[in-house]
Every structure is written in structure tokens, then in C-alpha cells.
Design a protein around this ligand. Structure first.
Ligand SMILES: [Zn+2]
Length: 374
């Protein structure tokens, strides 16, 4: 999942994302909540319609940004008080509020509110944090179940399952109310059938437990008890050694049901996403392809290239001779290096398109190798 922080994958338009074969994007609840704000997105019909993207979207809970961007945050059992990084204004996020915001944004997959435990932390602190995340997961689910019909999807998307149920009740009353003609009943039934093919948002739970295998196991089992349609592994890629990340992912995966999506949050390099996919991870998100691109760091079949280097100034070869993206088919390293050196916006655009293509291609190869074409 490319990361579309504020409802935009930086530098890459939605039609290009479609051409790249992107099936799902990640939007950051924290950023969208602060700007343009929940009410604006809701009034615009939800994030899909607002940003002109009818493929899938996942929003995170906002927790991670609150914990990573705010030194002045205050965490209590109730939730987190924090200051906006934009204007210093004070805000409060709780499991209920994070659900309310994510339901209002209307992504297809939304995430339970969790505490991303700081690293390093001692075992007692990790347990405390994990226990609170479990209580927050239960509160997230409760609020979601009670409010999931409040999605902003208008005519452009299907109504939710709950609104369907309401419709069904009204429909039964309508039928009972009497003397309907056969045609009226048939039309009505086809409407009902159409409405029954719809879904609500899916709320995923998040496993925490820092770098402790035993606590990870416990967090996984107790999150599964709460029962979600998908599970994420959170709290990794927070500065620990890569080998440790791998170990924790491997041991946590053992406890997560293989027939539900398993989502590793905030990972990783092309090598890492291929490795984790082979281990059984189904979903990942990372800002790396687009963020690195904006800094002139490009992933290629020949390794990483820092396009700003003078040695590419007159290099007429394609950025990556093996790559079939629109950038590599058309432009030379010399031109890309020039755009970067001249601080042209196009440098960021083209670099991002290539890196995203490289990531999509990496995953396509893994799927092919594993015999899953979707
Ligand atoms: Zn390319």
C-alpha cells in the first residue's frame, strides 16, 4: 500500500496510481483529521469521493502519528491528548474518537486505536502498554459495531450492511402493507438483492507487545478473542535491528489465523516486503518508496541509486534498464539527475513513479512465485 498521507500520494496523481496497478492506498487519520478535517471530508462524501479514488483505502488509527510526532502528548486510560504539529492546538484521541473519525472518513479498512509502545521499554512497561491496547481494541470494536452505519458513502458507493438491514425491515413492512402488484414486488426484490451484495468497513485489530515474543503471543491470542476480520502487527520498525523485526514478525505470525488478512505496519525496503510476503504477511504499507524518491534515492534491479550524484550528469542510460515503467522507458539518468539538481517538481514526480513501480513489480513477482495472481 503506497502511503497517501493527507489523501494524496505525494507527487503522484490518482490516474497514475491506477496505471501502476495500485489496488489499495493508506491514508493517515491523524493528518486528515487535522487538515482538511473530518467534517469537510464527510461533507465531501468521504475520502474516496473527495480524492477521486474508487479503489480500496485503509486508514490507520492516528495513534502512531500522535506518538511519533508529539513530544507533549499525555496518555491516560481514556485516550491521548496531543498538540497539533500544524498550529499547536490541543486535541484528544480515544478509541471511540478514532473510530468516529475513521467511520467518517469512510475507508474500506480501518484500524483499532492502539498504543505504539516506545522502544526500548522494560518488560513491565511493555505489558502495561499491551494491556491498554487490548482494552482499547475492545472499546474500538464496541464503538464500531454501534456506529458502523454512519459511513459517509453517498450514491457513489453501496450503502452499508446496516443500512441494508434497516432497508430490509422497511421493505418487509412495505410488502406486508399490502396490495402490491407482481411487478412492484419483483422490482422491489431486485433492489433488495442489489443492496445485499454490499459490505461495511472492516475493522482490524492490532497486535502489540514490543520485542517480547511471549507478550506478542499473548497480545495476538487476546486480540483474536475480541474477534476482528483482519489483524495487524504494530509497534515494529521503531528503531530495532532488522533481524529482531524479522524474528518478532515470524513468531507473531504463528499465532495469527492464516485465513484472515495479516498486515505488517510500516515496513519496509523492497527486500523486506518480499521477505515478509513470503513469510505469510498479506499487507504492508511504507512511505519509503515515495519518501526516498523525493530525496533522489531510487530502487533499481542493480541496487540503490542516488540520482543526485555527479557521476550521472552525462549518463544516457535508463535509470533501470530492467524496468518497464514510463520513466525508465523515456528518460535518461542524466535528465533525472539534472531535474533533481535543478530542484524541479518533476524530479519528485518521476522518481516517485519509478519507485512505486519498482515496489509494485517486486510484489507482483512474489505473487507469481507463490502462485497467487491477485
Ligand atoms: Zn522505472
Amino acid at each position: 500500500m503506497p502511503v497517501g498521507t493527507v489523501g494524496s500520494v505525494k507527487g503522484v496523481s490518482q490516474d497514475v496510481l491506477e496505471q501502476l496497478g495500485v489496488q489499495i492506498l493508506l491514508g493517515n487519520t491523524y493528518h486528515l483529521y487535522l487538515r482538511p478535517g473530518l467534517d469537510v471530508v464527510r461533507r465531501m462524501g468521504g475520502l474516496h469521493r473527495f480524492m477521486g479514488w474508487d479503489r480500496a483505502i485503509l486508514t490507520d488509527s492516528g495513534g502512531f502519528q500522535v506518538f511519533s510526532l508529539n513530544d507533549l502528548r499525555k496518555v491516560t486510560e481514556e485516550g491521548v491528548t496531543f498538540r497539533s504539529h500544524l498550529d499547536g492546538s490541543t486535541h484528544f484521541l480515544s478509541p471511540e474518537r478514532a473510530m468516529e473519525i475513521q467511520i467518517g472518513l469512510g475507508a474500506d479498512i480501518i484500524m483499532a486505536f492502539d498504543e505504539c509502545t516506545e522502544h526500548p521499554a522494560d518488560r513491565e512497561r511493555v505489558r502495561e502498554s499491551m494491556e491498554m491496547t487490548l482494552r482499547w481494541a475492545a472499546r474500538s470494536k464496541k464503538y464500531f459495531e454501534e456506529h458502523k452505519e454512519e459511513v459517509p458513502w453517498g450514491d457513489s458507493r453501496q450503502p452499508s450492511a446496516v443500512s441494508f438491514q434497516k432497508h430490509q425491515v422497511a421493505s418487509d413492512q412495505w410488502l406486508v402493507a399490502g396490495n402490491r402488484t407482481v411487478d412492484e414486488k419483483t422490482n422491489h426484490q431486485s433492489l433488495i438483492t442489489r443492496h445485499s451484495a454490499i459490505a461495511t468497513q472492516a475493522l482490524f485489530g492490532i497486535v502489540q507487545g514490543s520485542m517480547d515474543r511471549e507478550l506478542r503471543r499473548e497480545s495476538a491470542l487476546r486480540t483474536i478473542e475480541i474477534d476482528f476480520p483482519g489483524y495487524a502487527i504494530g509497534g515494529l520498525s521503531v528503531g530495532e535491528p532488522r533481524e529482531l523485526t524479522r524474528e518478532i514478525v515470524e513468531s507473531t505470525l504463528e499465532h495469527l489465523p492464516a485465513d484472515k488478512p495479516r498486515y505488517l505496519m510500516g515496513v519496509g525496503t523492497p527486500e523486506e516486503i518480499a521477505l515478509y510476503a513470503r513469510m505469510g504477511i498479506d499487507m504492508m504499507d511504507c512511505v519509503l518508496p515515495t519518501r526516498a524518491a523525493r530525496h533522489g534515492l531510487l530502487f533499481t534491479s542493480e541496487g540503490r541509486i542516488s540520482i543526485k550524484q555527479a557521476r550521472y550528469a552525462e549518463d544516457q542510460s535508463a535509470l533501470d534498464p530492467e524496468c518497464e515503467c514510463s520513466v525508465c522507458r523515456r528518460y535518461s539518468r542524466a535528465y533525472l539527475r539534472h531535474l533533481y539538481a535543478a530542484n524541479e517538481i518533476l524530479a519528485q514526480v518521476l522518481n516517485s513513479i519509478h519507485n512505486l513501480h519498482f515496489y509494485m513489480e517486486t510484489m507482483r513477482r512474489v505473487r507469481e512465485e507463490m502462485g497467487t495472481s491477485h
